[in-house]
Design a protein around this ligand. Structure first.
Ligand code: FDA
Length: 308
């Protein structure tokens, strides 16, 4: 319920205005977001790489309102990829992108988003890296997975994302668990109805383990995206039982969440990728992070009521 209310706030321009103006919001944003510019993103990514981590950079922005904004998303990613290349870290840094930032919800959206995502995937391949297409709410799942499959015809390394919360996910995982297929498994960050999703945390965790088994025992490349210590331990045990080498699976966490654990796992020889967002459009991303961690809510409350 709390998560639903927070995600509702995401659409409120008044709440956004109040929060953006408050100094305490800045501290909260800085914890989860690299900064506003490409230079900020490259600087933060380089620091993570020098700590032995790999990275996926997300240019913040979603649900663009017109084709011009969708085209601007592509330009932003091309600038980012060029800067990562100049910094000499593109091999360790992929990009993550949301199709709604490429106009997937506009008229003729899916075709436009596929074309624009293809431009990003081409540019990523040119500098020696790849992209993963983030998953958004359940109404978009078919379009997102269809787009990933189409992109893979040209670039087989393009990553897909599955959300354990969705009831359809075990079937999607069976389809995606093919040789070389890069699949990020997360719990799911959206407030979904019980008709399509598990709504209790225990059910989501059980579903997560079930899909983990499919991905880890299959021939693909699982990307275990969670901060949950129990699920991380189960993933490591399943990987050992399946005889997976350290470079045939990766663990993924968000920038600013359990950073010490990220470094501890990397020091053990595991491949750990940090999801690193940057940009000015951080409001909805921030609210999703707050919804996952009610302890952070007191800070948002101060931001919304502060007169500083
Ligand atoms: P859970 O929320 O149960 O958290 C486990 C523990 O981790 C908590 O007890 C706490 O210690 C810590 N923690 C988790 N979130 C925190 C936070 N925000 N602040 C502080 N501590 C926190 N979702 C989606 O729908 N589509 C997508 O494409 C992606 N992509 C993605 C990439 C990567 C790399 C990650 C890690 C996650 C995503 N997600 C996502 C988000 C995902 O669906 C989920 O909402 C969050 O990861 C939180 O779930 P956990 O698995 O961490 O478990």
């Amino acid at each position: 319920m709390l998560r639903g209310a927070l995600l509702g706030l995401a659409g409120s321009s008044r709440a956004r205005q109040l929060a953006v103006a408050a100094p305490v919001t800045r501290q909260l944003v800085e914890r989860f977001v690299a900064g506003e510019t490409v230079d900020d993103a490259v600087r933060a990514a380089a620091a993570l790489v020098s700590d032995g981590l790999v990275v996926s950079v997300d240019r913040l922005g979603e649900d663009v309102a017109d084709p011009t904004a969708a085209a601007a998303t592509v330009t932003g990613y091309l600038d980012l990829l060029a800067a990562l290349d100049r910094a000499g870290i593109a091999g360790a840094v992929e990009v993550s992108c949301k199709l709604s930032a490429l106009g997937a919800a506009l008229p003729d959206g899916p075709a436009r988003a596929l074309d624009l995502a293809g431009q990003i995937a081409d540019a990523a391949a040119d500098v020696g890296t790849t992209m993963t297409v983030d998953m958004e709410d359940h109404t978009t799942t078919d379009v997102v997975l269809g787009t990933v499959m189409a992109l893979r015809e040209r670039h087989s390394s393009v990553g897909a994302v599955l959300q354990a919360a969705l009831r359809r996910t075990p079937a999607d995982a069976q389809r995606l668990a093919t040789a070389g297929s890069r699949v990020r498994l997360c719990k799911g960050a959206y407030d979904e109805p019980g008709t399509v999703a598990h709504t209790s945390a225990a059910e989501v965790d059980k579903a997560y383990v079930r899909v983990l088994r499919t991905l880890i025992n299959g021939p693909g490349y699982p990307m275990v995206a969670t901060h949950d210590p129990r699920l991380l331990a189960i993933a490591a045990a399943l990987a050992t039982t399946a005889g997976r080498s350290a470079d045939s699976i990766e663990y993924q966490m968000l920038y600013g969440v359990r950073p010490a654990e990220q470094r501890r796992l990397a020091a053990q020889g595991r491949r750990v990728r940090v999801y690193l967002p940057y940009g000015t459009d951080w409001w909805r991303y921030l609210l999703r992070r707050l919804g996952e961690r009610p302890a952070n809510l007191a800070l948002l409350g101060r931001a919304l009521t502060s007169r500083d």
